[in-house]
Design a protein around this ligand. Structure first.
Ligand SMILES: [Zn+2]
Length: 373
């Protein structure tokens, strides 16, 4: 099993990828709980686990998530969400999340989660957001004491299958000056169109509040259109099935001429970031039409065509991964070098839900870090 601090390098060696400055845009709070913490908190709240100790629990979770079924992939979330119902549970998990990102070399992280899933023990959605923010602040403060500068934003997800998106949009707006940087739509994509949440999206647009939408993962181009048109999404959560709008027109030796449909053209030309998550995309079947190996992922085609691709973990616990590991896997599959890895980080920095001057600072830190590597 892979630990976040394990050493990952490019196929031809070079610096440890964990030491390079990185930006994480698509990282679920309930998908990045430490196995040890899950065991301890489950014991406190009396939640039964399928394994008694952290290593066997982590192995069980990875096996569920690697079984090729979305239903199995989602099962371990019942466990993590189950221990994230109290102020102390949320605060601890958010705190540790920041420390784990920093240990992997992340200098800016945007952490998403769905407050509506965390009220079973009586917390209000506002209290839940405050508990998570307190934990994030704890992490940032701990790291500052050690001289490690990291910035963190919360992204609040509403669930496609529920009717609470307007409430979550209002929640995000209430906390926009206190750590919440964007709104996200998540959950079962197929059959639950973004248009059903237009009241929330209209409010967010009127308030000029940034939106990202999970789209093009379990459903195709229509869902991506919905994210862009109804959601006014500035980024796409995965968006991998946008590749359905890219067609090969002609192959002549090494030269391939491709055509972009209108959706793909819009996303590329307007530089709408794709929050791609290689391991997760394989595990949830998002790239099934192209194959079953990382090499089959449209990531490289999209990158070579000039799309703003970013690399993400989605769920570090479920996929047993880290941002460094995802980058190492991509480098192996597509023969990327340090310049490619730097490009992905600069793209993520450019698409972060931060003011322009803060994005420029991130870009400078990335260039410096890669230069010194
Ligand atoms: Zn996601």
């Amino acid at each position: 099993m892979s630990a976040p601090d394990q050493e990952y390098r490019l196929p031809n060696g070079g610096p440890s990828i964990a030491l390079l400055p990185k930006v994480s845009l698509h990282d679920h709070l309930d998908g990045g709980v430490r196995p040890e913490t899950l065991v301890e908190l489950a014991d406190e709240v009396g939640l039964a686990l399928p394994a008694a100790d952290a290593p066997s629990l982590a192995a069980w979770i990875e096996a569920r998530c690697d079984s090729g079924s979305l239903v199995s992939y989602l099962e371990p979330f019942d466990l993590t969400v189950g221990v994230m119902q109290t102020e102390s549970g949320l605060r601890r998990i958010a705190h540790e999340f920041v420390l784990d990102l920093a240990a992997d070399g992340v200098i800016h992280g945007e952490i998403r989660w769905a407050p509506e899933q965390h009220t079973r023990s009586g917390l209000s959605i506002d209290q839940a957001v405050e508990a998570v923010q307190a934990g994030l602040d704890d992490g940032v403060a701990d790291l500052a004491e050690r001289g490690h500068v990291i910035t963190i934003g919360q992204i609040l997800s509403a669930l496609r299958t529920e009717g609470r998106s307007l409430e979550i949009a209002e929640l995000a707006l209430r906390h926009r000056e206190r750590g919440v940087v964007a709104f996200d739509l998540a959950g079962a994509e197929n059959g639950f169109p973004a248009a059903a949440h237009s009241e929330a999206f209209d409010l967010l647009a009127r308030e000029f509040f940034p939106v990202t939408v999970h789209a093009g993962e379990a459903d195709g181009l229509d869902s991506i259109k919905g994210a862009l048109l109804d959601g006014r999404a500035l980024r796409l959560g995965h968006g991998v099935r946008l590749a359905e709008d890219v067609s090969v027109l002609e192959r002549d030796g090494d030269n391939t001429t491709v055509g972009l449909g209108p959706v793909a053209s819009w996303v590329r030309d307007r530089e709408v970031a794709l929050e791609l998550s290689p391991s997760s995309n394989l595990q949830t079947g998002a790239i099934a039409q192209w194959g079953t190996e990382l090499y089959d992922h449209p990531f490289d085609v999209l990158y070579q065509l000039g799309f703003r691709v970013t690399v993400n973990t989605d769920n570090r616990l479920m996929s047993g991964t880290s941002l460094s590991r995802e980058l190492a896997l991509l480098a192996q599959a597509f023969d990327y070098d340090l310049a490619d890895l730097e490009r992905f980080q600069l793209s993520a920095a450019a698409s972060a839900f931060l003011p322009l001057e803060d994005r420029d600072i991130l870009a400078d830190r990335i260039v410096d870090g890669f230069e010194r590597a």
